[in-house]
Design a protein around this ligand. Structure first.
Ligand SMILES: Nc1ncnc2c1ncn2[C@@H]1O[C@H](COP(=O)(O)OP(=O)(O)OP(=O)(O)O)[C@@H](O)[C@H]1O
Ligand SMILES: [Mg+2]
Length: 221
């Protein structure tokens, strides 16, 4: 089967700063992969390239069999909307907007009508254990609950690939555990998950760890 993620000799420079050099990585469907490494080693750069939020300076990125460089803007938007879900350390929920509508926004670019978006958002909130918080707004939720809302938004479109950049970085250990359990259960139901983590204990429990240092992959297994 086509790998979900393929990086081939990928490099990324920002005005002379080398953030990533000669990275090759393949992730198969259904994997749960941790990305670990010191601050500034290139983890977010790598995840942003995989998420097609950024383009490499050299090398090739293939997502779900598509060579990202060859896609039109429209095809790229469609790939992002249908195949990839993102979760960030800072949640990035819309303030003053109800939980259910925050989650429904995850379907904005999929051509789904509003009623259907809300219906599926309500279901996704059930999945993350927050069905009873559908009418709350982000400031009325705990950090752990906010992150679960962000995860519901990321997976409401049932993406093949879920990318999480330090999703537990702003949470206490108990809320962080809840978020990780959720990522695992999404993985068990078929979603490929890539998660950046600083937490050694968390990393130690993941089936595959990709170690990044100075912009290179220095360990994989
Ligand atoms: N937009 C940018 N412009 C210039 N340099 C950048 C940019 N983004 C990242 N860098 C540089 O690229 C390198 C890798 O950054 P990256 O954000 O990928 O690190 P990271 O491993 O995610 O670190 P952290 O654990 O602190 O989040 C760093 O030296 C950083 O300063
Ligand atoms: Mg980072």
């Amino acid at each position: 089967m086509t790998p979900v993620v393929e990086l081939r000799e990928v490099g990324r420079e920002y005005q002379g700063v080398v953030a990533l050099r000669d990275v090759s990585l393949t992730v198969e469907r259904g994997e749960l992969v941790g990305i670990v490494g010191p601050s500034g080693s290139g983890k977010s750069t790598m995840l942003n390239l995989i998420g097609t939020l950024d383009h490499p300076s050299r090398g090739e990125v293939r997502i779900d069999g598509h060579a990202v460089r060859e896609l039109s803007d429209r095809a790229l938007s469609a790939l992002r909307a249908n195949t990839i879900g993102f979760v960030f350390q800072q949640f990035h929920l819309a303030a003053g907007v109800s939980t259910v509508d925050n989650v429904a926004d995850g379907l904005l670019y999929t051509g789904t009508g509003l009623g259907q978006r809300r219906q599926r958002a309500a279901e996704a909130l059930e999945t993350v254990g927050l069905g009873h918080r559908a009418g709350h707004r982000p400031h009325e939720l705990s950090g752990g609950e906010r992150q679960r809302v962000a995860i519901a938004r990321a997976v409401v479109g049932r993406p093949a690939l879920l990318l999480a950049d330090e999703p537990t970085g702003n949470l206490d250990s108990q809320s962080g555990d809840g978020v990780l359990r959720l990522l695992r259960s999404l993985n068990e139901t078929g979603t490929t998950v890539l998660v950046i983590t600083h937490d050694r204990e968390v990393a130690a429990t993941l089936p595959r760890r990709v170690a990044v240092r100075d912009g290179r992959v220095v360990g994989d297994g």
